[in-house]
Write a protein that binds this ligand. Sequence first.
Ligand code: G3P
Length: 217
Amino acid sequence: MKFFVDTADVDAIAELNDLGMVDGVTTNPSIIAKSGRNILEVTKEICDMVEGPVSAEVVATDADEMISEGRKLVEIADNIAVKVPLTWDGLKACKVLSGEGNMVNVTLCFSANQALLAAKAGATFISPFIGRLDDINLDGLELIEDIRTVYDNYGFETQILAASIRSANHMSECAKIGADVATAPPNVIKAMANHVLTDKGLAAFLEDAKKADIKIV
Ligand code: G3P
């Protein structure tokens, strides 16, 4: 499973990128607003840092305007994926922008039907939002499973990009289901390293090393 980082925090991206943990980056208008930076500038900086796809989202709602915004966004760098919402206009924009050879990430997906439409409109990525479904007592992971089944039934090449990930558990469950990509905030990716038995075991090893005066350098 590829790891995308769901942030516009360039320091956090750099730290994970140095460890080989960044296969791409996703942003949305809320993430850009949080960065306090100009969308074109910060997106360019991120594109220069990472080799993989960097999703930048349109803010128009009309198909023609989304297409214009998408064409402007892809001028930033070769690794831009234009992010459009899963609306009828968004699907129209997806069809045109993907037909022009651009990567398109269709976002705000909450059903297998929506994912099916995005694949038929030529989406490179479909972004089902796990956490926001869990927030309303629905099962976000079940949606990932359903989309996996639908796409595999018909050989769609659209990549399932599990989004709105809130926990390390979401990451391992997505990997077990076979999501192609998971995008998560940096703290969630770092939390994947944590285990209480690792902490306990390390404390015991260090205690024994101290008692035996073990020194390596
Ligand atoms: O980029 C989309 C997404 O990952 C949003 O996550 O936590 O705002 O639902 P969240």
